[in-house]
Each structure stands twice: as structure tokens, then as C-alpha cells.
Design a protein around this ligand. Structure first.
Ligand code: ADP
Ligand code: MG
Length: 336
């Protein structure tokens, strides 16, 4: 059972979470024109486009053939969350006649690619970025949803405007206490220990591990903090940093066993303090936040709301309180 927001879906009811019952009315795609390809992956091809009815830029996410159920889940979750703080807006859903391909029309973000962004972020920018990401996560968790694929490529950031949007709801899922979930989610370098040891009753706290990995890669200027060659190696990388004492306590607490022939996974490793990974200029607050996010035991990790309240963000919180009225009036909804 999650430490927070455990009963949300039960309270909101099936109309909120039962995505299989969703009937999607697909519109015709005629008003949208493709401008250029901006990305894509296993599940989609993504284009920058224009809405010819008003000349607005938009994003056209053409879904690759996946199950109807998965499409319904993504659309339901996007509809539930659209309008929330720092959540990408779903504007329309369209279907092409002959090819029957389905596309999601989304709000456009003038994104700076994270590989270019991260190495050049200033400290205030890091704080702003992470704060806005955590705000988004606290909101989605409070609505009973886990993202399950938090990573730099799924966070769009318009650097000039300081505008952040959490995208890619393709793996997101509703949280029901005691349900067992697939562990084949997320992207390797950002996968929480629960996914690597096969603990299926995970919850929102999975997303906070991924945030911890992002914080580490920002402050230590490493493209990926835990960079495993495969899932076993991923776990090994984590063990070599967090150490095996607390790992053993974690396995014992949840009655978990790891079955492996990989001798390296069965050895003991000491915990390496996070201060050993970067320059002494990294603040104590940043290292403390990192330590409270990168915990094997998801129950010990800070929640998104707790992380927002961490002293690392003290000055960001002050700024956003004084600016929030201004921002509210010029952006339609409050991004703070
Ligand atoms: N709203 C957006 N604004 C700008 N670029 C986007 C937007 N949405 C997606 N992209 C680009 O397309 C890529 C893939 O989109 P995403 O929704 O993550 O699909 P997938 O499920 O295939 O990973 C992103 O990593 C990003 O580069
Ligand atoms: Mg993606």
C-alpha cells in the first residue's frame, strides 16, 4: 500500500479509472499538417505540426499499432490530467481513414533536447526544473496515477520560458492498492529497484526513484547515473553505490529473493557516500535530497509532495509564491 493517495481511485470511482469502458470518438485529421519529425520510439512517431484552423503549432503523436486497451489507457489518463500543473495537454484525437492510424494531437513545447540541456544547466535552473517536475508528479499521484516512465526524454523543457511539461503517458497506470503490476515498465537506467527485483506491488514511489536518477545525473554531470548493460547489470550498478547492507534488509522486509547465476550480484559492497561522486561545490541540500530519493525501500523514499517541501527548494518556493499571481494571469493555468 502506498504511503500517500492510496484510496484516490476508490473515491473517484470507475468513471475516473475504468479506461476499458472508454469509447473514443476519433475526429478527422484534415486540419492538421505535418511540419517535421521531432521524435519517436517503440510506440510512436512524433511530429511537429500546425493546426490549419488557427495556425497554432501542435504535436502529432502517431501511435504505432498497439492494443486498443493501451490506446484507451493513454487517452483516458491524458484526458483526466490535461490542465493540471506542468502536464502536457491533449488537444484532439484523430484517425486516418485508409490507414486507420490513430494520432494524439498535443500541446507543442519548444523543447531543448536534454542531452544538450543537462550539461549546461545552472543551479537555479536545475532547481526550477526539478521543482516543476515534482509538482507535476504530486498532481498526477494525487489523481491516482503513476507515470512509470519518468526520464529526461519524457520531460519537455522550453528553456527560454522555463516551461516544463511531463509527456508520454503511454506506460502510465492507475494505482489500486494491492494490485500487482508489470515490472517490464520504465527505461533501464531509470528503473527503480522494485522493477529489478520483481516486486510487483509497487506504487507512485516508483516515479520518485527516477527523479532521483535525474537529480544525480544533473548534479554529477553524468549522462546517466546508473548505466547498466541489462537489467541485472542495472541492479549491480545500484548495489555498488547504495551498498548491500540496506539491500539485504530491503529484500528481507518484503520477502524477496533474487535468483541469479551472476556472482557479482551476490557479493557484498559498501555504501559509497554521494559526496564521493561530484565536486565539493555540490550543496549539502542537493546531496540530502538525493539520499532521500535513492532508497531501495520505496516506503522510505520521499513522496513528490515531501520532495517539493525539501530545503533544497527553499528559494524556489519563495520565488514561486511571489510570482504565482503574475503567472496565473498570463499562462491560462498556474504552472507553479
Ligand atoms: N509536446 C511535445 N513537444 C515537443 N516534443 C515532443 C512532444 N511530445 C513528444 N515530443 C518528442 O517526441 C518524443 C517521443 O514522444 P513520446 O510521447 O515520449 O512517445 P513514445 O511513447 O514513443 O516515447 C519525445 O521524446 C520528444 O522528443
Ligand atoms: Mg517517450
Amino acid at each position: 500500500m502506498s504511503r500517500v493517495y492510496g484510496a484516490v481511485n476508490q473515491t473517484l470511482g470507475p468513471g475516473w479509472y475504468d479506461y476499458e469502458k472508454l469509447h473514443i470518438e476519433w475526429n478527422v485529421p484534415d486540419r492538421y499538417e505535418i511540419v517535421r519529425r521531432v521524435g519517436g520510439g517503440k510506440y510512436s512517431e512524433v511530429f511537429e505540426g500546425v493546426d490549419m484552423s488557427n495556425e497554432d503549432k501542435c504535436i502529432i503523436k502517431v501511435l504505432k499499432p498497439v492494443s486498443k486497451k493501451k490506446i484507451k489507457r493513454e487517452v483516458k489518463i491524458l484526458r483526466n490530467l490535461t490542465g493540471g500543473p506542468n502536464i502536457i495537454s491533449l488537444l484532439d484525437v484523430v484517425q486516418d481513414g485508409p490507414s486507420r492510424s490513430n494520432s494524439l494531437i498535443m500541446e507543442y513545447v519548444d523543447n531543448t533536447e536534454w542531452r544538450e540541456l543537462f550539461p549546461t544547466l545552472t543551479e537555479p535552473e536545475m532547481k526550477h526544473y526539478l521543482f516543476q517536475l515534482l509538482k507535476a508528479l504530486d498532481f498526477v499521484h494525487s489523481r491516482g496515477i503513476m507515470h512509470r516512465d519518468v526520464k529526461p526524454a519524457n520531460v519537455m523543457y522550453d528553456r527560454a520560458r522555463g516551461k516544463l511539461r511531463l509527456i508520454d503517458w503511454g506506460l502510465a497506470e492507475f494505482y489500486h492498492p494491492n494490485d500487482e503490476y508489470h515490472i517490464r515498465v520504465g527505461s533501464r537506467y531509470y528503473k527503480g529497484p522494485e522493477l529489478l527485483v520483481g516486486f510487483k506491488k509497487y506504487d507512485y514511489s516508483l516515479d520518485l526513484w527516477s527523479v532521483g536518477c535525474m537529480l544525480a545525473s544533473m548534479i554529477f554531470r553524468k549522462e546517466h547515473f546508473f548505466r547498466g548493460r541489462d537489467n541485472e547489470d542495472q541492479l549491480l550498478r545500484i548495489l555498488k553505490v547504495l551498498g548491500t547492507d540496506s539491500f539485504e534488509r530491503y529484500l528481507e522486509k518484503y520477502g524477496l529473493f533474487i535468483q541469479t547465476d551472476n556472482r557479482a550480484l551476490l557479493q557484498s559492497y559498501p555504501k559509497v557516500p554521494f559526496s564521493a561522486f561530484g565536486s565539493p561545490t555540490i550543496s549539502r541540500e542537493a546531496l540530502d535530497l538525493l539520499d532521500k530519493l535513492l532508497r531501495y525501500d520505496h516506503w522510505e523514499r520521499l513522496t513528490a509532495a515531501e520532495a517539493v517541501g525539501h530545503t533544497y527548494f527553499n528559494n524556489v518556493r519563495l520565488e514561486t509564491t511571489s510570482k504565482s499571481t503574475e503567472r496565473f494571469s498570463d499562462s491560462g493555468f498556474c504552472s507553479t
